[in-house]
Design a protein around this ligand. Structure first.
Ligand code: ASP
Length: 339
C-alpha cells in the first residue's frame, strides 16, 4: 500500500464559526477527520501531522514554508507523497515557495483546501481532500505519477507555482493562466503526461532562505511618482517586482524613467511582470518597454505576481548580487515560467 502524509496547517477546510464573533476560526484535525469517514476506506496508508495551532493562511510566513519543507524532507523516505491542507488565500505563494525549497524531492506534494468548511453540507473540502490523497498516492510503476509541488482544486490539478487564486467565491477558485493543467478528475483522473514535471532543475544546491526585503510596485496611469523616490531611498528594499501594463510596458516619460534609473543605480533588481492576469512580458516589443530594457530591468517572462514575488524573495535569500539575481531570473528553476 502506498503511503501518504497529510499535513494540516489550517484554512477554511477545517474551520467552524466562533459562537461569539460569528467569524470562521481554524479547528484541529480531529474535527476535520471526523467529517470524512471515507478516509478510513482508502487503499492508501495515511499518516497525519498538524500545526499545533492551525492558522488562517493570511498568517503564513517564510519560516512556516522552511519548516514545512524541512519536515517533508525528513519524512520523504517514509512516505510516497504528501498532501498539505492549507487556506486558499495564500496557497499559491506557499506552493511557489515549496517548489523552490523542494526542487530535489521528486515526490508529489499536493496542496488543497476548500471554500466551504468540511462540516457544511455543500462543502467542496471532501472531494478536494480525497482526490488530492489519491493523486499523492498514485504511482506509474515505481515512480510517483506527479513528482512535483501542485495545487489540486475543484477537479483540476495544477503546477503549484503557476497558480493564482482568481475567485474568492467559486468552488473553482484557482487557475493556471500560463501553463496547462496537469490532470482533470472526473470518473477517472486523467493525467496530462506531457506537462507533468517536464523541467530539469539546476543541480546547484540552494539555501532554505527567503528575504522579505521585496516590494511589489503596481503602476497605474497618473500615479504619483514620488513613490519611486521612497523606494530608491529605502534602506530595506533590496528588490522590486514591477507590475507593468500589457506585454511589459510602462510610461516612457523622462520623469518616470529617471526615477526608475535612480533605483537601478543602487543595484536594486527590478523584475518586470505584467499586471494582466495571464501572458508574458516581452521587453522591447513596444517602444514603451525599450527604456526599461535599457535600464537593465529584468524580464519576469510569464511569472505570476505570486511566483515572481516568491522567486525574488528566494533569490535575494541566496545572494544580493545583481548578476546572480539576473541569472536566476533567466532560468526556469522549477517550471515556474516559460522562457
Ligand atoms: N481565509 C482562509 C485561509 O486562507 C480562506 C480559505 O481557506 O479558503 O486560510
Amino acid at each position: 500500500m502506498n503511503k501518504v502524509l497529510i499535513i494540516y496547517t489550517g484554512g477554511t477546510i477545517g474551520m467552524a464559526s466562533d459562537p461569539e464573533t460569528g467569524s470562521l476560526i481554524p479547528l484541529d484535525f480531529a474535527h476535520l477527520s471526523a467529517q470524512i469517514p471515507e478516509l478510513k476506506q482508502m487503499n492508501i496508508e495515511l499518516g497525519v501531522e498538524s500545526f499545533t495551532k492551525p492558522i488562517d493562511s493570511s498568517n503564513i510566513s517564510p519560516k512556516n514554508w522552511i519548516d514545512i519543507a524541512a519536515f517533508i524532507q525528513d519524512k520523504s523516505a517514509e512516505y510516497d507523497g504528501f498532501v498539505l491542507l492549507h487556506g486558499t488565500d495564500t496557497m499559491s505563494y506557499t506552493a511557489a515557495a515549496l517548489s523552490f525549497l523542494l526542487k530535489d524531492l521528486h515526490k508529489p506534494v499536493i496542496l488543497t483546501g476548500s471554500q466551504l468548511p468540511i462540516g457544511t453540507i455543500r462543502t467542496d473540502g471532501k472531494e478536494n481532500l480525497i482526490t488530492a490523497i489519491e493523486i499523492a498516492g498514485t504511482k506509474d510503476g515505481s515512480i510517483p505519477m506527479v513528482p512535483e509541488v501542485c495545487i489540486y482544486f475543484e477537479t483540476q490539478l495544477f503546477r503549484g507555482n503557476r497558480t493564482r487564486k482568481y475567485n474568492s467565491e467559486n468552488f473553482d477558485a484557482f487557475q493556471s493562466p500560463n501553463y496547462p493543467v496537469l490532470a482533470d478528475a472526473g470518473i477517472d483522473i486523467n493525467y496530462h503526461y506531457a506537462y507533468i514535471a517536464n523541467f530539469t532543475p539546476p543541480i546547484e544546491k540552494f539555501k532554505a532562505s527567503f528575504s522579505n526585503e521585496v516590494a511589489i510596485l503596481k503602476i497605474f496611469p497618473g500615479m504619483d511618482l514620488s513613490m519611486l523616490d521612497y523606494l530608491a531611498a529605502s534602506k530595506t528594499v533590496k528588490g522590486i517586482v514591477l507590475e507593468s501594463f500589457g506585454a511589459g510596458n510602462a510610461p516612457s516619460n523622462n520623469a518616470f524613467i529617471e526615477k526608475l534609473a535612480n533605483i537601478s543605480a543602487k543595484n536594486i533588481p527590478i523584475v518586470n511582470i505584467t499586471q494582466c492576469y495571464g501572458g508574458p512580458v516581452v521587453q522591447g516589443k513596444y517602444e514603451t518597454s525599450i527604456k526599461l530594457k535599457e535600464l537593465g530591468v529584468i524580464s519576469g517572462h510569464d511569472l505570476s505576481t505570486e511566483a515572481a514575488c516568491i522567486k525574488l524573495m528566494f533569490a535575494l535569500g541566496q545572494e544580493k548580487d545583481l548578476s546572480f539575481i539576473r541569472n536566476f531570473f533567466n532560468q526556469s528553476i522549477v517550471g515556474e515560467c516559460t522562457l
